[in-house]
Write a protein that binds this ligand. Sequence first.
Ligand code: FES
Ligand code: FES
Length: 209
Amino acid sequence: MSGTTTREVTVTVNGAVRSGRTEARTLLSDFLRHGLGLTGTHVGCEEGVCGACTVLLDGTPVRSCLMLAVQADGHRLETVEGLARNGELSPLQEALMVEHGLQCGFCTPGILMSLTAAEREGLGTEATVDEVLAGHRCRCTGYAGIRAAIERRGRETNPARHLPDTPGEPAYAADTPREATHPEVTLPSDMAFPSGSTGSSDKGGEATR
Ligand code: FES
Ligand code: FES
């Protein structure tokens, strides 16, 4: 009986040609992390659900936990390590940071790679954003910060358009006055607080003995 089958795998990762010998059964995610030391690609479910392991293969997002390293031989890979240039975060990374789109950061590399690919395709419609985020599980942020970061990028790349704050809302132009898109809640007059009242103790009442 023969021993373990190994193969030489050569890939171009983030612009650099990298090679390594690995078992034929090695997952691409493990090859990246343990073979090439690129631990920015995270591994969560290992069954294609959470999206944490997403990398770009010839520009297309793939689950690296669902591919063998040998399948990537000769191909071009992009991982989260390649996004920052000369010590500067990519605009998407910057937007996620500014909008608090991450907490523990476990899901973030995968989301960044999917968003990077989508942005190259012209990310900007609500449907595209929903489609991208549907492929990723974040257990921390609830997606609000992530959506805010995408909206920020939308404003930066196309000032004429805002993404809706919530699904179902219409998109609106960047110069639309805020009062038109975020009308303040106006209480009916019979519910308004009397002048001089802070409104903070109306229901609390006074302490009785
Ligand atoms: S680790 Fe690959 S999709 Fe979850
Ligand atoms: S930031 Fe923690 S899982 Fe997404």
